[in-house]
Write a protein that binds this ligand. Sequence first.
Ligand code: TYD
Length: 253
Amino acid sequence: MARRKKIYEGKAKTLYEGPEPGTIIQYFKDDATAFNAEKKAVIEGKGVLNNMLSEYFMTGLNTIGVPTHFIKRINMREQLVRACEIVPLEVIVRNYAAGTMAKRLGIEEGTQLPRPIVEYCLKDDALGDPLVTEEHIAAFGWASQQDMDDILSLALRVNDFMAGVMFGIGIKLVDFKIEIGRVYDGDFQRLIIADEISPDSCRLWDIETGRKLDKDVFRRDLGSLTDAYSEVANRLGIMPKGATPMARPTLIN
Ligand code: TYD
């Protein structure tokens, strides 16, 4: 069997060269990291769940006309995606105060924001993904003004879609992060949603009980992460048969 070419290994995913030029295979690992990779664990089954969940959200976005890099899921851990240049920003949309925003501004976690707030962080692990303003983005040329207009519009469309899907299964979409890819069609460039959309990069709270169903379960040691992600997958009706990942986290440092 021919060995395929690894393009990149990140914290939660590995990218391999795809079968056609311009395609990539995205492999979802079981590794979980938090606090800029200071906390690490292998959580059996997480990759399978995130692969299915990201497929579900990306397919839904494609269907309503929000372009994403997603082409198709290949197997339990892999999906075929369109190759793109990643804009070096983490685009965060918040509906309720939580995490770093709650801390930075002294707002109680869970406070509803007057409107969705979009923030940008520079994708740079060595610097701990610092918050940046549109002034920084323009001055350092990380994205053009046209890109920023498109990114804002994409981010708000993803927010409306995700908030609606979550509301339908009794979950509040507190915040989430997306990454944006640049693709070229002839003389034109377009921006699309890339990377993944999964409970690893969202805050999801049960509307009735407030139970956390996202990566905060791992960050804050609140129980089984796969139980939380499985709950989301079950409510969406996409739990893979025979893939109830019951394993407990194994701390590796
Ligand atoms: P934030 O509260 O800024 O950071 P933290 O998760 O460290 O408290 O995160 C807001 C949302 O964006 C949250 O759902 C996690 C997600 N996010 C990522 O997934 N990756 C990132 O690098 C950042 C900065 C945020």
